[in-house]
Ligand binder design. Structure first.
Ligand code: HPA
Length: 273
């Protein structure tokens, strides 16, 4: 791969020039949660395939476009369709989207995903605000030559999940009609769902929810000092909690059933940050 600062800049300059926008907030939408992108006012869309040096989306339930628009007068850029390790990208390549968003000038990044509930007190349809994560598997997207323009070689991970953004989200949760928890997201590489024994191990290690995305984006954001608010929609109870096997259909069905109130929740948060 070996991208340099100017390669990322080329992607960002293309987007800024073509859209004529200056987004303040970036949003990356998870599987089956694309509705938020349709609610933006004054929309302007660009296909990922038109962006120089960008990645191409292959995942089911992911659209593959950058949507510029407004929420309560705030300029937002929304990635409808994200990139996952299980699609075949290297961890290093997964740094591209967030670095490009950073170069668009955003001051906060909101990440959403579909996840399995590991915490037995959670139910499908609940939301978990991510307080912290655990990633024990695979390389860092920041592996390889450091790009000093983005951040230092060694960087802190204790503050990336912004306490201020979590507070705003918790306040918005109160009148959202949603059941909202705060917990720890455990990254697994997929594409297979976990085994029941893996889920028991994840619970012992302190994970409340499990999923196959988001963490590479959070690491990239931490490196370039971009504050993050990340949220999981519990689309299913994790493997072994219930008798039934896990399916992609169940995940998409639950995500779609909560898409509208969840999208309102995200808009409400954006209007207050
Ligand atoms: N495991 C991993 N990823 C997921 C799950 C799960 O149970 N549900 C939605 N994404």
């Amino acid at each position: 791969m070996g991208l340099c600062f100017n390669d990322y800049k080329k992607s960002a300059d293309y987007l800024l020039e073509r859209s004529g926008r200056k987004p303040e907030i970036g949003v990356i939408l998870g599987s089956g949660l694309g509705h938020f992108g349709d609610t933006l006012e004054d929309r302007f869309e660009i296909d990922y395939r038109d962006i120089p040096n960008f990645l191409k989306s292959t995942a089911l339930g992911h659209a593959g476009k950058m949507i510029f628009g407004k929420v309560s007068g705030r300029e937002v850029v929304c990635m409808s369709g994200r990139f996952h390790y299980y699609e075949g990208y290297d961890f290093e390549e997964l740094s591209i989207p967030v670095r490009v968003l950073k170069l668009l000038g955003i001051r906060a990044l909101i990440l959403t995903n579909a996840a399995g509930a590991v915490n037995a007190d959670y139910r499908p349809g609940d939301i978990m605000l991510i307080r912290d994560h655990i990633k024990l598997m695979g390389a860092s997207p920041m592996r390889g030559a450091n790009i000093d323009e983005f951040g230092p070689r060694f960087f802190d991970m204790s503050k990336v999940y912004s306490k201020e953004l979590l507070k705003v989200a918790a306040e918005c949760a109160e009148h959202s009609g949603l059941t909202v928890h705060e917990g720890v997201y455990f990254f697994m590489p997929g594409p297979q769902y976990e085994t029941p024994a893996e889920i028991r191990a994840i619970r012992l290690l302190g994970g409340d929810a499990v999923g196959m995305s988001t963490v590479t984006e959070v690491l990239t954001a931490a490196h370039c000092s971009l504050p993050v608010l990340a949220m999981s929609v519990m689309t299913n109870m994790a493997a072994g909690v219930l008798e039934q096997p896990l399916t992609m259909e169940e995940v998409i069905e639950t995500a779609n059933s909560i898409e509208r109130p969840f999208s309102d929740f995200v808009s409400d948060i954006i209007s207050k940050i």
